[in-house]
Design a protein around this ligand. Structure first.
Ligand SMILES: [Zn+2]
Length: 457
């Protein structure tokens, strides 16, 4: 009798152990959450998975559909009717089970797309494995390149071109940025400040703002500077409101790119966190730029450093009027988003969202407007001092007369070995943007022996 009981208990234990083990090995790979982000060029679907698993993706036509099959007996846990699809490419979502027990998700689409997917490991913001599927619209209309702001003739012939400021609201979409006091999200705060700054610049004669993102979607770090370059920006400003491990940290700061290292422990910490944004935002790293090309571009960046520092100083001075400054001088760190060759680039921390007092202020529209206004003032003061040749501001500064240099006919220059656009620009005291505009050069590729026009010497 005794013996039997012991055997029974052991059996039960073994059975329990087996159930436990099988639950580990066969735990269904569930979809715990789903998010849909719409950008002007693509739609991003994000699935939170309880564990990484096999998936199959394909498209169907008439009507356009995207089908995702998930193996491992996956269950779809979110409420299908509550998935936020308004103003996205997706018009409907159905779930079903295949004969082989695969979970099938069918997304009904407005247009034809090419899907691209990747799996992301958990991180501090997202504890789940994530399956990210980008739906790239095949329709050319939505893939149009960044609008070039004015024609070459407008810029050069009139010598009164607008100064173009690329405003980059950090993070967005799947990447919330820092989450602060009372769940204040950095991505929301910085977009509001960016839009207000754009509004002020638009109203100011001689300026043209260009926003790298206009809504709640993620833009990869490299794309932000690429967009700025395509818009022929004279300056690139990335706006942030980050968190620091110490909630007492407060005050605003301005950063320029440093290749050698960060100027303080905080700046190193912030740059490390910022550079992870592509992982949080869901951008596959196999899209990384060619290393050789990047090294070449990095070499030419030193030329814009002086302008970055001067613009940064001017803005920092203005921001100091409404908030305590975290550091009294422009700081340096290796922010990837600042690697904008040939364009002076700044990263502005409007405050620490991890600081309760500062988060409260940053969340109010009045403070966001005040912050935008001071950045605007610092910016316009800098550009008045350093008015780019041929700009409306330079013309105005000269009492409404075209400067002698700008009036001179364009001269020609033949590219020699070792030349970069920024070195030529520096040597002839013209802006790289003007050289590009005048010659219709879209990137930085120039060839030995190539003859280019120079705006003025
Ligand atoms: Zn940030």
């Amino acid at each position: 009798m005794m013996k039997k009981t012991i055997i029974k208990i052991t059996l039960v234990k073994v059975l329990l152990l087996l159930t436990f083990l099988s639950s580990i090995f066969n735990a269904s790979a569930d979809v715990d959450g789903v998010r849909v982000w719409q950008s002007p060029t693509h739609t991003r679907l994000v699935f939170d998975l309880s564990k990484p698993h096999q998936h199959k993706i394909f498209t169907l036509a008439n009507p356009y559909r995207l089908v995702i099959d998930l193996g491992g007996n996956a269950k779809f846990k979110p409420n299908v009717d509550k998935v936020e699809l308004a103003s996205t490419l997706v018009t409907g979502l159905r779930t079903g089970r295949q004969k082989n027990k695969d979970l099938r998700l069918v997304f009904q689409l407005r247009d034809d797309i090419n899907p691209k997917s990747s799996i992301f490991a958990p991180n501090k913001i997202y504890p789940h494995h994530r399956l990210v599927v980008d739906l790239i619209e095949k329709n050319v209309r939505s893939l149009r390149p960044v609008k070039t702001v004015k024609t070459v003739a407008d810029h050069v012939a009139h010598n009164k071109r607008d100064i173009i400021v690329a405003i980059d609201a950090g993070h967005g979409g799947e990447d919330p940025g820092a989450i602060g006091y009372r769940r204040t999200k950095e991505k929301k705060v910085v977009l509001k400040i960016a839009k207000e700054l754009a509004r002020l610049l638009k109203a100011e004669p001689g300026y043209k703002p260009y926003l790298t993102r206009t809504g709640d979607y993620y833009v990869p770090l490299r794309d932000r500077t690429r967009k700025a370059r395509e818009a022929n920006a004279d300056l690139f400003i990335s706006i942030h409101a980050d968190a620091f491990k110490n909630s007492k940290a407060h005050g605003s700061s301005v950063f320029v790119l440093s290749e050698r290292g960060a100027s303080s422990e905080e700046s190193r910490y912030l740059a490390e966190k910022e550079n992870e944004a592509d992982l949080v935002g869901g951008v596959s790293l196999d899209d990384k730029d060619d290393h050789v090309a990047m090294t070449l571009l990095d070499l030419s960046m030193t030329a814009t450093r002086g302008s970055s520092l001067a613009a940064g100083k001017s803005i920092l001075g203005r921001m100091g009027k409404i908030s305590r400054l975290h550091k009294k001088r422009v700081e340096e760190a290796a922010f990837m988003v600042l690697k904008a060759p040939d364009i002076p680039a700044l990263l502005i921390e409007t405050g620490f969202i991890s600081n309760p007092g500062e988060a409260k202020k940053l969340a109010t529209s009045s403070y966001q407007k005040k912050m935008a206004r001071e950045i605007f003032k610092g910016l316009t003061q800098y550009f008045y001092k350093e008015a780019p040749e041929g700009s409306y501001i330079a013309w105005k500064k000269n009492g409404g007369k075209t400067t002698i240099a700008a009036a001179k006919k364009a001269t020609r220059y033949t590219i020699r070995r070792g030349d970069t656009l920024s070195h030529i620009a520096q040597r002839y005291k013209v802006s790289v943007g003007d050289i590009r505009r005048l010659n219709g050069i879209k990137n930085n590729s120039i060839q030995v022996g190539q003859s280019i026009k120079l705006p003025a010497s």
